[in-house]
Every structure is written in structure tokens, then in C-alpha cells.
Ligand binder design. Structure first.
Ligand SMILES: [Zn+2]
Length: 478
């Protein structure tokens, strides 16, 4: 009797279409369950927390957390385009890590992608952000309906409940569907300037019906194994008008990272600017030193070209990396591809060693193509580089909230100090900040503690400024 019943059950499983879908997904059934064909655009909003990727206090702790009071994402799958608008508040206490902490009050952020352009909106100003393009395209094509459309467009394969596809040079995606053929998990691999291949995971749960379209009300994302977003969705509007034209200034600035401007700060010392993140070149007797290789391969190549034209016949012996934050470390893989060793604080050394040996299989970069692995040398409180004539001191900045292993570079003879992120000067004609950041005070305290004689600061954001301006910013207390 038992045998007969189990045989009957087996026959039932084989014959029933319902049971078949519970075993194997088909792309058509998933598209039908999700209502993908009928969704040309979508807008969803909610609230929760998000985290600033690559801005953790040290490489071994999670990305810093922010409270997201409101989050609205508008997606157009036809054009294609994506617009995220967030209102965020300070989440970490104390405000440890980067990402513009501490956020005072409510801060509005707008991140946009349209076609092959990515940009951010700050007030009335649009800032090109091509470095974020692939990530935003991945965000669009891993939304619950976007992933189904991308799977169909990119000849996905289906194995069991897992749908796999790749967009060459951009990302690889695996989407898992649940028993109702609703997308429940995304596992993607995308390119990252610091990490090489980076893992992006999204979990969709608690689906509800919104105007006939199924949409998850819980969205949780991790990037590089740390949490990136935890969102509770409260409103979903399928097929609202989402029209995102590319602004002229963005269309006219397709390659902002290759712009280089150089200013001589002292004999044999150059401040290499032109974009958002600067570097400093220091000429020694038979070699040169470079402080910081930020952003990405494109920026690194432009800076390396400038170094070569400023000092044609001396090799770069070391690149000093002030800290591991991704915007400042994104050009280090290109440095490793040139076989140049990196000096950084011991806090960052294991992380950078791993990053400079990591594969970049989705979008092979200069390091991946070189077949090399980067060399990283550590330091703790102080490391001195000298050729007998010029002395370069690399000094830790302890006690700041920005990063736990951050270094500044001091040239005692020239009375110059290079620092990143602990003090970013406002535009020369801007009114003074009404608030004092504890990291500014910490920088002034460290300059005093170490008895450094500084005339000018060369900040790696902003402009050359006299030390007196830092003292003024913190209220003459030093
Ligand atoms: Zn930083």
C-alpha cells in the first residue's frame, strides 16, 4: 500500500504542471509570475539604512552606516535609466569612517544613470561620476523586474531555480527564484577599481501586490560581503513616467579623470590636481616618490603620464597610500601593474596586499593584464625616506575618526604637509563652516604634538592653503 501511494505520488509529480514549476524555473514562467513584460518603468520608495561602500574606519570593519529617512528609486527599462534620491542622516556614533561624516541634519543625495552616463546632483550642480556607471547599470538590471528583462536580453541559462547571464565587460548575474517563480536572490560579480571583482548580493522578500505587479517590500543588499542597504519598501508605482535626459555638462565631460593640472609647491615638489582627488610628486636624487594614486586606472594613467613629463628620467620608487578608502586607493592596482611598491600604514597592509593580488575577470584592468601582484610595505607611527638631501616623513595621524590607519606626509625642509580627508578646505571664497569637525582639531593637535613646522598644507582634496587657515577653521584655539 505504501509503495503504491509513493508510486502514485511520483506519477503525480511528473504529470502536474504545478509540481513541475516547483522543481524547475523557466524564464517565461518567471516573467509571467513577476509581470515583467508589462513593466516598462517603475518607481519605488521606502526607508531603512544604507552603508557607504569603501569608506569603513578600517578594512576589517563593516562599511559605515547611515539612516535613510526616505529612498526613492525611479527606473526606466526602455531608455535605460535610473535615478535614486535619498534623504539620509548620521548613523554612526561616534562618526567613524568616511562618506562625509558627520552628516549634520538631513542630507539629500541624488545618484543618476542614463544610457552610458552617470552623475550626481548636489543642489543645482551636476557632477559627472563615470566611476559609478557600471554599478548603477547593475543596480538597474538587478531590480526585481530588471533582472528578468536582462536575463531575456542576454540569453540566460536556467538550471533548477537559478537563472544565469552575463553582460560582457560589465557584470555576471545569478538570480534565484522561489517556489512562486518570484526573484528572491541576486548574486552578481562586478568590476571594482580597488577590489578587482566584487561580489554584490541582493535579497528580495515579503512580496506584495502593487497595482497588479508583484514587488518585494524587503530589500537587503551586501557589497563585498558587508551590508550595503536594508530597505523597507512602502510604495511601488509601476509604469510611472521616468524621463531622465543627460544634462549638457555631463555629456560634455565623458572623461573627467584624465584632466591633470600641475602646480609647483616647492623646488622638486608638484601638486597634481585637475579633478576631485589630487596627488603629490616629490623628486629625489635618483628617483621620485608619488603620494596617492586615487580613483581608478584612468586617473592613475593620467597621473603617471604627468609624472613622466615633469621628471622624465627618474623611476617612481614608492607610491605612498594615505589610507585604504576606495576613492583614494582606486589607482593602486595600476601602480602595482607598473611593479611599483606601495607604502601604507600596517592597518591597511593586509587589505591592500589582498586587493593588489585579486582577479579582475569581469573587466580586466591593467593589473589583471600585467599578470603581476602588488607589493605593499607597512609602517606604524613614522617612516622616513631620504636621499641625503631631501627628507620625506610618513606619519600616522592617530586619534581621528576618519580612518584608523591614515598617514600624512611631511617635508621638514620645505615646511609642507600632505594630508587626505582629515581637513578638506572649502572653496577659497566660501564662507567659513559654522561647525567644527573633530578631525580638523585632531590634525592640528597632531601637528603640534609632533612639533611639525608647517607653512602650507597640500590637501588631497581642494587647494593649497596656509596652516593658519586650519587654525582659523577650528576657532584660533591652537
Ligand atoms: Zn577617506
Amino acid at each position: 500500500m505504501r509503495t503504491f501511494l509513493s508510486r502514485l505520488a511520483a506519477v503525480f509529480v511528473l504529470l502536474s504542471p504545478l509540481a513541475a514549476t516547483a522543481q524547475d524555473a523557466s524564464l517565461d514562467n518567471v516573467a509571467k509570475a513577476m509581470g515583467a513584460a508589462g513593466v516598462k518603468s517603475i518607481q519605488y520608495s521606502g526607508s531603512g539604512v544604507n552603508f557607504q561602500i569603501g569608506q569603513n574606519y578600517s578594512p576589517d570593519v563593516p562599511w559605515p552606516r547611515f539612516l535613510v529617512k526616505s529612498y526613492t528609486r525611479a527606473a526606466n527599462y526602455d531608455t535605460p535609466a535610473l535615478r535614486d534620491e535619498l534623504v539620509r542622516l548620521q548613523g554612526e556614533d561616534p562618526p567613524r569612517g568616511g562618506g562625509g561624516q558627520p552628516v549634520s541634519g538631513e542630507q539629500r543625495q541624488i545618484f543618476v544613470m542614463s544610457g552610458d552616463f552617470a552623475w550626481n546632483v548636489v543642489g543645482d550642480v551636476v557632477n559627472p561620476s563615470p566611476i559609478a556607471l557600471i554599478d548603477r547599470q547593475l543596480q538597474l538590471w538587478t531590480t526585481p523586474h530588471g533582472v528578468v528583462k536582462a536575463a531575456m536580453a542576454n540569453k540566460a541559462t536556467v538550471q533548477g531555480r537559478v537563472i544565469s547571464f552575463a553582460v560582457p565587460g560589465k557584470f555576471r548575474v545569478k538570480a534565484t527564484v522561489d517556489g512562486q517563480n518570484l526573484v528572491e536572490k541576486i548574486e552578481a560579480v562586478a568590476p571594482n577599481a580597488v577590489l578587482g571583482d566584487v561580489a554584490v548580493e541582493v535579497r528580495y522578500s515579503d512580496y506584495k501586490d502593487f497595482a497588479g505587479v508583484k514587488f518585494p517590500t524587503k530589500i537587503r543588499q551586501t557589497i563585498g560581503s558587508y551590508p550595503a542597504l536594508d530597505l523597507t519598501v512602502s510604495d511601488v508605482q509601476p509604469n510611472v513616467a521616468v524621463d531622465i535626459p543627460v544634462p549638457d555638462p555631463i555629456r560634455q565631460t565623458p572623461a573627467p579623470y584624465i584632466r591633470v593640472t600641475t602646480q609647483m609647491a616647492a623646488d622638486g615638489v608638484w601638486y597634481i590636481t585637475g579633478g576631485t582627488h589630487h596627488s603629490v610628486l616629490i623628486e629625489m636624487k635618483d628617483h621620485v616618490l608619488l603620494v596617492e594614486s586615487p580613483l581608478n586606472d584612468d586617473r592613475a594613467v593620467a597621473v603617471l603620464g604627468e609624472v613622466k613629463s615633469l621628471v622624465p628620467n627618474k623611476p617612481i620608487k614608492h607610491v605612498i597610500a594615505t589610507h585604504h578608502h576606495f576613492d583614494h586607493a582606486g589607482g593602486l592596482r595600476a601602480i602595482a601593474a607598473e611593479g611599483i611598491p606601495v607604502i601604507t600604514h600596517d592597518v591597511n597592509k593586509p587589505f591592500l596586499e589582498k586587493a593588489l593580488a585579486a582577479p579582475a575577470s569581469v573587466l580586466p584592468d591593467r593589473l589583471a593584464k600585467s599578470g603581476k601582484k602588488g607589493a605593499v610595505e607597512g609602517m606604524r607611527d613614522k617612516r622616513v625616506l631620504t636621499d641625503g638631501a631631501r627628507t620625506v616623513e610618513i606619519l600616522n595621524i592617530p586619534g581621528n575618526n576618519h580612518q584608523g590607519g591614515i598617514a600624512m606626509v611631511y617635508l621638514p625642509k620645505e615646511k609642507l604637509l600632505v594630508e587626505a580627508d582629515v581637513y578638506n578646505p572649502p572653496a577659497a571664497n566660501a564662507p567659513p563652516s559654522p561647525t567644527v569637525n573633530s578631525n580638523w582639531v585632531n590634525l592640528a593637535d597632531n601637528i603640534k604634538r609632533l612639533n611639525l613646522t608647517v607653512d602650507q598644507i597640500l590637501p588631497l582634496h581642494g587647494r593649497i592653503m596656509p596652516l593658519a587657515e586650519l587654525h582659523k577653521a577650528i576657532g584660533h584655539s591652537h
